[in-house]
Design a protein around this ligand. Structure first.
Ligand code: PMP
Length: 375
């Protein structure tokens, strides 16, 4: 039977307790949300939703074509200018997702014969970029510049080091200074994914590379998503103008993809302008994360100290993680639940996201529910 193997896989998944299902979220969800990536609470901000609506009215429901044909509006160009300027880079290029931006950056910057050094904890989209690239990938130990150095020593010729700035599972930060140093010793380029850093880390949310003094460097390329702190949808690559020009001409997920929808561009632009005007939102997200961590630890839970806005709490097993998250939900709290195969180390976790707009009362309630429902 066609696709017969799917049923076998489904059965194995069911027996391992690893079946995933979709649960449509109602518009008026009564749940306290610690599961989304809306770090700054901007997805529903009236300026952001109005930015989306105005852009759709002016430019239409879709971009109407690929970026090199009809899909580049003046609004796309405006967002690219403002994003590059905010994060301190020469130029930026907007993609239809952060996923597509990562595929573009890695594939276009790692040609045949080159070496890609990739952190073992990298996001799936960077891993897929490595798989698609013509260069050869070497996966190195998590967050260890010396492992990167060693890998670079084995290779003559062009090389690129690829890492998340903030790892999405445990919320820990990459040693960006050490990575940049290792790259410079060997003339390698550095590509970092700041999906969880933009809007949270650095001066006023300018991101982890800005905080590490790497903004504007001619050997550093940054990818971001517009779907987390900026409360919109889409992604971008930031870097030297010559790299961005190269992506326009060589990155397949840019050339063959329809441009980002105008509404998403308008929402991201409005959120970026808000962030410039209200830089305290970034610091507040970090404070909320620290407070969550302190209170969870005081309640005897195993929480990882957050470097940005992701707070990870260990669960004893995948089954108990699922049950724990379900009990939180029944008690009015939405939390993320990470388990294999999303976590390569096999450790299941609840994943909480700190939001700048959480009140003290909400933080207290969240920690109480998580403590009371623990397995
Ligand atoms: N990189 C990281 C580290 C992420 O967590 C995500 C989102 N899950 C992405 C890239 C992909 O971004 P997008 O959702 O915009 O495709």
């Amino acid at each position: 039977m066609a696709f017969g193997w799917i049923d076998e896989q489904a059965e194995l998944r069911r027996r391992a307790g690893l079946v995933r299902t979709l649960r449509p979220r109602p518009a008026d969800s009564p749940l306290l949300d610690l599961a989304s990536n809306d770090y700054l609470g901007l997805a529903h901000h009236p300026e952001v939703t109005e930015g989306a609506a105005r852009a759709a009215r002016t430019w239409g429901g879709g971009a109407t074509g690929s970026r090199l044909v009809t899909g580049t509006t003046e609004l796309h160009a405006e967002l690219e200018r403002e994003l590059a300027d905010f994060c301190g880079f020469e130029a930026a290029l907007v993609f239809s997702s952060g996923y597509a931006a990562n595929l573009a950056a890695v594939t276009a910057l790692a040609p045949n014969g080159s070496l890609i050094v990739s952190d073992a904890g990298n996001h799936a989209s960077l891993i897929d970029g490595c798989r698609l690239a013509r260069g050869t990938t070497q996966v190195v130990a998590h967050a260890e510049p010396d492992a990167v150095r060693k890998a670079l020593q084995t290779h003559d010729g062009s090389a690129v080091v690829v890492s998340d700035t903030v790892f999405s599972v445990d919320g820990d930060a990459a040693p960006l200074g050490g990575l940049a140093e290792a790259c410079r010793e060997h003339g390698a380029g550095l590509v970092v994914d700041d999906a969880h850093g933009l809007g949270v880390l650095g001066d006023g949310g300018r991101g982890a590379p800005h905080a590490a003094g790497l903004a504007g460097a001619d050997d550093v390329v940054v990818t971001v998503t517009l779907s987390k702190s900026l409360g919109s949808q889409g992604g971008a690559v930031l870097g030297p103008a010559r790299v961005i020009d190269h992506l326009v001409n060589a990155a397949r997920t840019f050339i063959f993809d329809t441009g980002l929808a105008p509404a998403a561009v308008g929402a991201a632009l409005a959120a970026l302008r808000l962030l410039r005007r209200e830089p305290e939102r970034a610091a507040r997200a970090r404070t909320v994360a620290d407070e969550l961590h302190t209170r969870l630890t005081a309640a005897g839970l195993q929480a990882v100290r957050p470097d940005a806005a992701v707070v990870s709490v260990r669960a004893p097993s995948p089954e108990e993680a699922v049950l724990w998250a379900a009990e939180c939900r029944a008690a009015g709290l939405a939390v993320g639940c990470f388990r294999p195969p999303s976590v390569p180390d096999g450790i299941s976790r609840l994943r909480l996201t700190a939001r700048a707009d959480l009140s003290e009362g909400q933080i207290e309630r969240a920690v109480r529910v998580i403590g009371e429902t623990r397995p």
